[in-house]
Design a protein around this ligand. Structure first.
Ligand SMILES: *Cc1c(COP(=O)(O)O)cnc(C)c1O
Length: 374
């Protein structure tokens, strides 16, 4: 049987041909395809300005910069995410203030976020974990009450929606990732959805060397900007992906429904919150009941690998990593993030899978867990 990775991108022949055309066109850096992708994403997100980047990491860093967030500022963020989320906060000189997540949703606990607000808090950077939207009503209510910016890390959540509205079609600044593991890809890439033209201008300046042009077209360098512009080759891939995004996400939902059905009884995995039809299902991440098993997570992953199935870990709790411990965090501080970090496993989920693949994963997991049962 073929090896089943935990994720894999799907490219159609038309996109592959389209990339070849871009390569032959003589213009491969940022150009007409980047503009076309930004227009298409904007249309998908209800008309808000959208600007693309070489990664979501770069996009998030620029988002913090255009908000003027830097040394002395605090940004509230979940203790469970990919390292990019707190890294960009540190890179602009601000402090990531970690808050525990809810066990079932893996999303930031908004009561704890409210309790973590100080006079130095400038922004909240929530993560829509695995594509499940954070409670947007409560999030924005909290931000309004305390005058905070919201920079949504929606790296997992392109196509997800809250009460029928797509993430990125409303709110403050919303960042998406187009890494090949995500729900759509530009190979490497990302985007910001913004709610006003003035900040869009500022984003363009920060994205490309700090270069601004005045009304006569005279160029000036107004700040030491970065270099985060997407290539036309990458944008052409993204245009081909966006066309399938709704179908990709529908496929993910169907596979997850199968997982829930199969795993309702055995093996005894702790399933994540189901959400509603707005869930983007970027990943399927149950928890292993480690306290009931004579089996480590590492052994589970190894046994699944031996059966031709790739299993990932998303993610170890952030505050226990060396780069953040120095900020004064310690073990035991965020019990939900730590429990998830210790016991989470990412089972295969990508649109090209079929129901039989889900069954194969569930049968293998049952076998491994049964053998490891106490
Ligand atoms: C993937 C990811 C990022 C970073 O995305 P890149 O495009 O690889 O820079 C940021 N945050 C989260 C939660 C992610 O999963």
């Amino acid at each position: 049987m073929d090896y089943l990775p935990f994720t894999r991108p799907t490219f159609d022949e038309e996109t592959i041909q389209g990339v070849a055309e871009v390569l032959r066109s003589g213009w491969v850096a940022s150009g007409p395809h980047v503009l076309a992708l930004e227009r298409a994403l904007s249309e998908y997100l209800g008309g808000r300005p959208v600007r693309t980047f070489t990664s979501a990491t770069g996009a998030l860093e620029v988002a913090l910069q255009i908000c003027g967030i830097g040394p002395g500022d605090e940004v509230i963020t979940p203790a469970l995410s990919f390292a990019a989320t707190p890294n960009v906060i540190l890179r602009v000189g601000a402090k990531p203030v970690f808050v525990d997540v809810e066990l079932a949703t893996r999303n930031i606990d908004l009561d704890r976020a409210a309790a973590a607000i100080t006079a130095r808090t400038r922004a909240i950077m929530p993560v829509h974990f695995a594509g499940l939207p954070v409670d947007m009503d409560r999030l924005y209510e909290l931000a309004r009450t305390h005058g905070l910016r919201v920079i949504e890390d929606a790296a997992h959540a392109i196509g997800a929606s809250w009460r029928g509205r797509r993430l990125g079609s409303f709110g403050d600044i919303v960042a998406f990732s187009f890494h090949p593991n995500k729900n759509m890809t530009t190979i490497e890439g990302g985007a910001l959805s913004v709610n006003n033209e003035e900040e869009t201008k500022s984003i363009e300046i920060h994205r490309f060397h700090g270069i601004a042009k005045d009304s006569d077209g005279e160029m000036d360098v107004v700040l030491p900007g970065g270099k985060y512009n997407l290539s036309d080759v990458a944008a052409r891939v993204g245009l081909g992906q966006l066309r399938h995004l709704e179908a990709f996400n529908a496929g993910r939902r169907e596979l997850v429904a199968r997982y829930f059905e199969k795993l309702r009884t055995a093996p005894p995995l702790m399933l994540p919150a189901r959400g509603d039809e707005g869930h983007g299902w970027h990943m399927f991440t149950p928890l292993l009941p480690l306290e009931r098993l004579n089996l480590t997570r590492k052994a589970f992953i190894g046994e699944m690998d031996r059966r031709g199935i790739g299993v990932g870990v998303h993610y170890p709790a952030l505050h226990l990593f060396s780069a953040y411990r120095g900020l004064g965090y310690r073990e035991g501080q965020f019990p939900n993030a730590e429990l998830i970090g210790r016991s989470t496993v990412t089972l295969p989920l990508f649109p090209a899978m079929g129901a039989r693949d889900v069954d194969r994963v569930c049968d293998a997991a049952a076998e491994v867990i049964c053998q490891g049962g106490k």
